[in-house]
Design a protein around this ligand. Structure first.
Ligand code: G4P
Ligand code: NA
Ligand code: NA
Length: 191
């Protein structure tokens, strides 16, 4: 997706060789026009799969997932929570998620009410790095007896191996901008 790659080059900043900071349009300030283009592109790539629910994880996945739902006939958007809120008294599905970037382990949780066997789920996240978050979300869907139809990331850092791990596990993964390396302040994309 050229529009997105251009935006990453123009407005992204590199933190060393591992992390790209995109606060001006994706992670802090949100560019809704760009989100609409992203949602449309995700529906072009995943729209034929009979998806009836979108699943993401708080917090940065929520905005993208919500706008993308506009292009999937307003399917419900569910986000996994990373802390157990006092209000979540009902039973939940849980999956442990390690964060390599942040060095933390958390449990992604979704109430059993909101994931079910008839669900055909598209998993969306802003970043795909080591694939831990996406793997955890797949587990939640499967605990509920639902089907993971695909995994869409806005930005994938291919060199961190998440997409390979997910594909090896049998999932259909497609990312809109695939970064192969960050070196000397230069971001390199696939294609
Ligand atoms: P993984 O799930 O693919 O294994 O990724 P990882 O643990 O490395 O990522 C942990 C958090 O850092 C995730 O956000 C992820 O979106 C974010 N992240 C990973 N790589 C980058 C990057 O290069 N740039 C930016 N800006 N973020 C990155 P999170 O902990 O779920 O938090 P939130 O920001 O969504 O609340
Ligand atoms: Na994120
Ligand atoms: Na359920």
């Amino acid at each position: 997706m050229d529009l997105l790659k251009r935006r990453i080059i123009e407005d992204g900043t590199e933190l060393g060789t591992e992390v790209v900071k995109v606060d001006s349009f994706l992670n802090h300030q949100l560019d809704i026009g760009l989100f609409m283009a992203i949602g449309k592109e995700i529906s072009r790539r995943f729209g034929h799969l009979g998806i009836n629910k979108i699943l993401t994880i708080e917090s940065s996945g929520i905005g993208i997932a919500a706008i993308t739902a506009l292009y999937f006939d307003l399917v419900p958007v569910v986000f996994a929570k990373k802390t157990q809120p006092n209000t979540m008294t009902e039973d939940f599905y849980g999956a442990e998620v390690k964060s390599f970037t942040k060095g933390t382990v958390s449990v992604a949780r979704v109430s059993k009410q909101y994931l079910n066997p008839e669900d055909r789920v598209l998993i969306i996240d802003d970043f795909l790095a080591h694939g831990e978050a996406a793997m955890g979300l797949c587990s939640l869907v499967e605990q509920a007896g639902g089907t993971v139809c695909g995994i869409a990331a806005v930005i994938e850092k291919e060199f961190q191996g998440g997409s390979k791990k997910l594909r090896d596990a049998g999932y259909y993964v497609d990312s809109l901008a695939v970064i192969t390396a960050i070196r000397d302040g230069q971001i390199t994309f696939k294609d």
